[in-house]
Design a protein around this ligand. Structure first.
Ligand code: SF4
Length: 197
């Protein structure tokens, strides 16, 4: 059974699901090395909110708790909300979600609004300066999803205190600059992540 939670430095990561609506060419799930920490993150089934909370035990001892994967955590929106609500009740640890930004489209709900008050930081994978590049490298389930990712970033800015968008450095310098400009225009922070084979 893969691990439900793991730590990097003093941050706790929650492996919410292995499912994703993208199939990025740079996805860590495709790399043999995985996270490089020797963690087995392949889940036999997605954990319930109770199982996640049981694993966390004492949230206050971490600098941050992050909802992420080996997959897209907001596919399991109800689980993320339930766990985040509980963690906010019992601690003051900052909560972050790492997401591909598809969730509002998938669930037909304003997901950033639903996360407001529980999630302090959100990091959204932008990955490309336009739809064509996005479809080429992220291989999403829907060819028009890029527009919804942009919409998700705009809504996140309204409802979540700290918003980041990120790109992986497999695109050209010019494309990275374009992504930075998009982030700037949307009024959010930008982070370039290194591709790890
Ligand atoms: S969005 Fe994240 S989890 Fe999903 S395929 Fe891309 S890199 Fe992997």
């Amino acid at each position: 059974m893969g691990m439900i939670t793991y730590t990097i430095d003093n941050r706790l990561y929650i492996n919410v699901t292995n499912k994703c609506t993208n199939s990025c060419i740079f996805c860590i799930r495709n790399s043999e090395k995985g996270l490089g920490e020797g963690y087995d993150l392949w889940l036999e089934k997605d954990p319930t909110a109770e199982e996640i909370l049981f694993e966390i035990k004492d949230p206050q001892k971490y600098d941050e708790i992050v909802f992420c994967g080996y997959g897209e955590p907001l596919i399991k929106l109800d689980v993320v909300i339930e766990v985040a609500k509980k963690l906010k009740e019992i601690s003051s640890v900052p909560l972050r979600v790492n997401t591909n930004g598809h969730a509002s489209y998938i669930h037909k709900k304003n997901v950033p609004q639903l996360l407001s008050g529980f999630i302090d930081r959100i990091s959204i994978s932008l990955n490309a300066p336009d739809k064509e590049k996005y479809n080429e490298i992220c291989r999403p389930f829907d060819k028009d999803i890029y527009d919804h990712v942009i919409e998700f970033i705009k809504e996140s800015r309204k409802y979540i205190k700290e918003v980041w968008v990120s790109c992986v450095d497999i695109i050209s310098k010019e494309e990275i600059e374009e992504c930075k400009k998009i982030a700037h225009k949307l009024g959010v922070n930008f982070k370039l992540r290194a591709y790890e084979e």
